[in-house]
Design a protein around this ligand. Sequence first.
Ligand code: SAH
Length: 376
Amino acid sequence: MAKEICISNMNLNKILNNDAFSRDEIIYMLNLEKQDEIELLRDAAYSTMSKFVGEKVYFRGLIEFSNICLNDCFYCGIRKSNKNFHRYNLDKDQIIEAVKLAMEFNYGSVVLQSGERTDESFIEHVLDLVKTIKSISTNDIFPEGLGITLCVGEQSKETYQRFFDAGAHRYLLRIESTNESLFKSIHPPELDFNKRMDCLKSLKEIGFQVGTGVMIGLPGQTIENLADDIIFFKEMDVDMIGMGPFIPHKDTQYAYMIEEDEKSKWKNYELALKMIAVTRLVLQNVNMASTTALQAINPFGREEGLRYGANIIMPQLTPTEVRKEYQLYDGKPCMDEFAKECHLCLSGRIASINREIGYGEWGDSKHYFSRTQNEN
Ligand code: SAH
């Protein structure tokens, strides 16, 4: 009761003027429903973004190079036990073709993402790709070559070190939910919450710029859980955040949710935007992606994410012929477009909201530099 009184007494304008936020204040902001208040939150997040990381949007060309996955995450369309689609593994030439497009479009970075494998031949394939991408993209104009982000799941610390030594410098590994029982409810028993945590710690120790994130609107997830996720991002001192709405996939146990009313879909979408805004207010100088899952619900969802404080976009470079086979969730947009069309479309959309694109720049997380300076 005391807590309710305290929350109802909160004043949004006063909270938004803070530069540190209590758990109750985070919960209060995530619970906002009135349009004018949500706009105040959005504008505050936008100005925090402008102040701490600037208004530029950085592109990371996304190459989903294989959908072969040994994990069976309950929510994911490419989970091991889903037999309703074709598994692919792009060969090196196809991947390098996609990398060349990134260079042609003057993107500063690429992301190599795939389903999860830990066998030595997979690891060597990734190492070879990282080294090759570095060598073909390094020249006089671009002395450090393309920035490389990896998103290939849980690996041993030794493997992460090998990836880093080969030239990858950012790693994305979502915690999915920082509530251990919620994490357990969406993953098979072999996926261990503490192991995921240990992976994030190892990545940081090695020196990667580390990104994590959660899905928003998971069955059983509360606003309090999401507030705790944001507090975790802060305490874990991560450099990058990628999060988006949970979208049920037809070949998973959550298929029944697809039939649920439109309302809950939009609720998740709005909650995802509020999460982006509140995370920006709390973490200030991190890089934050406006994810494709937002666009799966609203055709202009990615632009909206940028207006709520995100500063990173991952344009599709995955060859069109296999893109349909990398459906983590239903309704994933941009399935039929060629990379060039995605490029033109996104550049136009970003220009339409008056944001500049950081072409040819890595656009690294400012947070990484401030935390590593403090550590030294
Ligand atoms: N195997 C890699 C790549 C995973 S896909 C890894 O584990 O890092 C990237 C992200 O897609 C996942 O971390 C998850 O948060 C998200 N995702 C998967 N299924 C989803 C769904 N049904 N709805 C929304 N996001 C989903």
